[in-house]
Design a protein around this ligand. Structure first.
Ligand code: F6P
Length: 359
C-alpha cells in the first residue's frame, strides 16, 4: 500500500550526503503525490513529534550540495536498544509506543531512517514491531555489509587525500615524518583509500596489525634512500601486533577509539631520531560539502527509498551493489561488519603500489 505521507529522519553521526538523500526522497515523493515529513534530531524527533515539519521541493532545492543534515541528528540519544536477561537486544516498549504514536500524529504511513549500523538496528526493531520502515545506509566508515558503498565515504576519502597532500608539502620542507590519524572505527577502508588517493607512504589499518620494528625500518630505509618526508596514515582502530587498540575516556565517561596516532608518533620519533608530527583529522572528515559522487549516490538512494515505499516493500535497506542501486532485507544488512579482507583488491593493489602496511 503506498504511504500517503512518508516520515524521514537522520540518525547517528552525520556525514556528507545526508541532505542529498533528503532531497532525493522529497523530489521523488512529490512526483508520486506523496508528502514527506521530517523528524528532527534523529530518533529524538519521534519523542517530540510536534517539532516535525513537512518538507516540500522548495525547502530542499540546492541542499544536495550542502554538508550536514537539515533535520539535525543525535548520536546515542534516548532511543537505545536494551539487552534483556536472555542476552537479546530489544527496544523498550515505551519507545515503540512513542514511535508509533509519533507516526500516527504526523499521519506518516512509513518511516525512512538514514543511519549507520546502530541506527539501522533500531530501525529493524521498529519494523519487527509492525511499523513500515526503510533504511538508507550512511557512514564515512563504509563498514556496512550488504552494500558496496555507503554515502559519505567518498567525501571522507577526499578529505583524507587532501590532508595527505597538504601535509606532504610541509613535511617535505622540514624533512619530517607526519602521522595522520583518521576515523573509520574498526575498519581500514577510509585509511586505505585515503592513503592511496593522497599518495601517502604507509597506511596502518585495524585488519592488518602492524609490526613496530618493521615500521621503524621502513622509515629509516626511506630516509636512507633520500626521501625527505614520510606520510603515515593511521586508522583510529589500528593496533600494533604487540598491543591493543588505543582508547580514551571522554569527559562524559565514554570510552572512544583514539590515540594511536600519538603512539605511532612516539614510536617513530623515539626509534629513528626523526622529527615527527601527529595530525588527528577528526571531524574534518565528516564536515563540508559532499563530493559529486556522494551527491549523485545520495539522491539515487532517496529515489530508491521512495520506489520501495510505493511498491509497499518495507523492512528493506537501500543498497549499492555491483555499480547499481538496489535493496536488501534490513535483517540481512545490520549487525554485520564489512572489514578489509586479506584478499580485498584494494589491499592487494595498495601493496602493489608500494604502500607500506606495517606487516
Ligand atoms: O562512525 C562514524 C564515525 O565518524 C567514526 O569514524 C568515528 O569513530 C565516530 O563516528 C566519531 O563519532 P562522534 O561524532 O560521536 O565523535
Amino acid at each position: 500500500m503506498p504511504a500517503p505521507r512518508l516520515g524521514i529522519l537522520t540518525a547517528g553521526g552525520d556525514c556528507a550526503g545526508l541532505n542529498a538523500v533528503i532531497r532525493g526522497i522529497v523530489s521523488a515523493a512529490a512526483r508520486q503525490q506523496m508528502e514527506v515529513v521530517g523528524f528532527h534530531e534523529g530518533y529524538e524527533g519521534l519523542l517530540n513529534p510536534q517539532t516535525a515539519r513537512v518538507l516540500g521541493v522548495a525547502d530542499t532545492r540546492g541542499i544536495e550540495a550542502q554538508g550536514g543534515t537539515i533535520l539535525g541528528t543525535t548520536n546515542k540519544g534516548r532511543f537505545q536498544l536494551r539487552r534483556g536477561a536472555d542476552g537479546k537486544s530489544s527496544l523498550p516498549e515505551p519507545l515503540l509506543r512513542a514511535a508509533r504514536s509519533a507516526l500516527e500524529q504526523q499521519r506518516a504511513g512509513a518511516l525512512v531512517v538514514l543511519g549507520g549500523d546502530g541506527s539501522l538496528r533500531t530501525a529493524l526493531h521498529l519494523a519487527r514491531a509492525g511499523m513500515r520502515v526503510l533504511g538508507v545506509p550512511k557512514t564515512i566508515d563504509n563498514d556496512l555489509d550488504s552494500t558496496d558503498m555507503t554515502f559519505g565515504f567518498d567525501t571522507a576519502v577526499s578529505r583524507v587525500a587532501e590532508a595527505v597532500q597538504n601535509l606532504r608539502t610541509t613535511a617535505e620542507s622540514h624533512k619530517r615524518v607526519i602521522i595522520i590519524e583518521v576515523m573509520g572505527r574498526h575498519t581500514g577502508w577510509l585509511a586505505l583509500h585515503g592513503a592511496v588517493a593522497g599518495g601517502a607512504d604507509a597506511a596502518l589499518i585495524p585488519e592488518v596489525p602492524f609490526d613496530g620494528d618493521l615500521l621503524v625500518r621502513f622509515v629509516k630505509e626511506a630516509e636512507r634512500r633520500g626521501q625527505r618526508s614520510q606520510i603515515i596514515v593511521v586508522a583510529e582502530g589500528a593496533r600494533a601486533k604487540s598491543g591493543r587498540q588505543i582508547r580514551r575516556q571522554t569527559a562524559s565517561g565514554e570510552n572512544r577509539l583514539g590515540g594511536i596516532g600519538n603512539y605511532v608518533d612516539s614510536l617513530v620519533a623515539g626509534r629513528t631520531g626523526r622529527e615527527t608530527r601527529c595530525c588527528v583529522l577528526g571531524h574534518l572528515q565528516r564536515g563540508g560539502a559532499p563530493t559529486a559522487f556522494d551527491r549523485v549516490l545520495g539522491q539515487q538512494f532517496g529515489v530508491r527509498a521512495v520506489e520501495l515505499c510505493n511498491d509497499g516493500m518495507f523492512g528493506r535497506m537501500v543498497s549499492f551493489r555491483f555499480g547499481a542501486v538496489t535493496d536488501v532485507a534490513l535483517a540481512d544488512a545490520v549487525n554485520r561488519r564489512r572489514s578489509v579482507q586479506p584478499d580485498s583488491q584494494i589491499l592487494r593493489h595498495a601493496r602493489a603500489l608500494g604502500l607500506f602496511l606495517g606487516d
